[in-house]
Design a protein around this ligand. Structure first.
Ligand SMILES: *Cc1c(COP(=O)(O)O)cnc(C)c1O
Length: 428
């Protein structure tokens, strides 16, 4: 067996081993289509009898190189890139849940995901029950129904910064015969690999730290290859019974534990929705991945320094950062992310909404953006922007108070960041 590399080496070299005379950089295959000698050759691809490419709406070689790297980083067996994180989370659930099915999700998830689940997927007939991430195991178990098909949460929630007890959620999901899907966007596989704690599927908004430079919107889905679909065949007919739109292939039989989930998501969902990442964007993403391990360490160092500064400043009402010793999630963060969490710090400025707005307007280095997890420090007031669709009650359940400022610490000097924050606070 080939020696398994460490995460740092996988970030740089995973997914792509060029042969003699082949390009050292990942080639961008800028082609919608691929040529074959005979119709029969191509037919084998359509029947999933041979692997290969025919149309970039479903698959592209550049994407597959980068997806293979992400699969290796997470310790999974298969992965795919999607056009956005939203598409990744949608596919991860729609691949196994149909109209009439139900999903259990943590309530403190990203606002866009909450909207996708509670509004758009609800229109498709999929019902979600949202549970507090800190609920007891009894409360969590009580949320499952006979028609529940998955359980979903974020390693570190955006922007609430709650840390999910992945083992607790995995126990509940597996106790009910369904997979645990974890959105690992904020932690990245550098800081946490949810498969090591029992998760079955991992998703990413690669738009964030993985890209890291605000260059390209994208997403990824990774399969651990460990969930035994056939064991719960009656729950997952899409994987465990013949797909008539693919000549009667039964994905779980033909592609086994390692490949069934991603093959089905590619063959059905990517075919029908076409939410694929552009190969140009996959190339940019790969450049980001090559330095992810170096950047995450600095993001975490800056995040902690800023959080400690804010904690000791009398103009600040409260600070949430899972790397702070005083934080409610410090113990969970130490367990799941001993090497560091992320660069995002949430806090409230005394004086509420007005003071927060004044503070943000006076920042010189940190720019006001909806973006997060970027090389350049940025900040956001979710209640008036990304989360404005949510009612006060939903906001509270999502762990977002009206005075919450989300500061995403970039890769600049931490001294400069702190001086910038200090001068902006003085102007309140
Ligand atoms: C941004 C984000 C998403 C959505 O990703 P897009 O790439 O913006 O579509 C999903 N989950 C988390 C945790 C995010 O931060």
């Amino acid at each position: 067996m080939e020696k398994k590399n460490r995460i740092e080496t996988i970030c740089v070299q995973g997914g792509y081993r060029p042969g003699n005379g082949e390009p050292r950089q990942v080639p961008i295959i800028q082609s919608t289509t691929f040529k074959y000698a005979t119709s029969e050759d191509m037919g084998k691809l359509f029947d999933l009898e041979a692997s290969g490419y025919f149309y970039t709406r479903l698959q592209n070689p550049t994407n597959d190189i980068v997806a293979a790297k992400i699969a290796e980083m997470e310790g999974g067996t298969a992965a795919m890139l999607t056009s956005s994180g939203q598409a990744a989370n949608f596919f991860s659930i729609f691949n196994i849940a149909n109209c009439g099915d139900h999903v259990v999700a943590s309530s403190t998830i990203y606002g866009g995901t909450f909207n996708l689940f509670s509004v758009t997927m609800k229109k498709m007939g999929i019902d979600f029950t949202f549970v507090e991430p800190d609920c007891s195991e009894d409360e969590l178990n009580a949320a499952f129904r006979p028609n529940t098909k998955a359980c979903f949460g974020e390693t570190i929630a955006n922007p609430a910064l709650t840390v999910l007890d992945i083992e607790k959620f995995a126990r509940a999901a597996h106790g009910h015969g369904v997979p645990l899907i974890i959105d690992n966007t904020f932690a990245t596989p550098v800081n946490c690999r949810p498969f090591e704690w029992g998760a079955d599927i991992v998703t990413h908004s690669t738009t964030k730290y993985m890209d890291g430079h605000g260059s390209a919107v994208g997403g990824a889905i990774v399969d651990s290859g460990r969930f035994d679909w056939m064991k719960y065949a009656d729950k997952f007919p899409g994987l465990c019974t013949p797909d008539e739109s693919y000549h009667g292939i039964t994905y779980a039989e033909k592609f086994g534990l390692a490949g069934a989930f991603i093959t089905k998501a590619t063959a059905q969902l990517m075919r029908d929705f076409g939410s694929i990442q552009a190969p140009q964007n996959a190339y940019l993403l790969n450049n980001g991945l090559e330095s992810l391990h170096v950047r995450m360490a600095r993001h975490c160092e800056n995040g902690l320094a800023v959080a400690e500064f804010l904690e000791n400043n009398d103009k600040i009402a409260w600070v949430t950062y899972p790397g702070l010793k005083s934080d409610k999630y410090y113990a969970l963060a130490q367990k799941y992310m001993p090497g560091g969490t992320c660069g995002v710090v949430s806090f409230g400025v005394k004086g509420g909404r007005k003071a927060a707005e004044k503070f943000m307007a006076n920042l010189r280095i940190a720019a006001i953006e909806t973006h997060v997890a970027d090389a350049r420090t940025c900040c956001l007031h979710p209640a008036s922007s990304t989360h404005r669709q949510m009612s006060d009650e939903e906001l509270l359940a999502a762990g977002v108070s009206a005075d919450l400022v989300r500061l995403s610490c970039g890769l600049e000097s931490k001294e400069d960041l702190i001086e910038d924050i200090a001068q902006a606070l003085e102007k309140i």
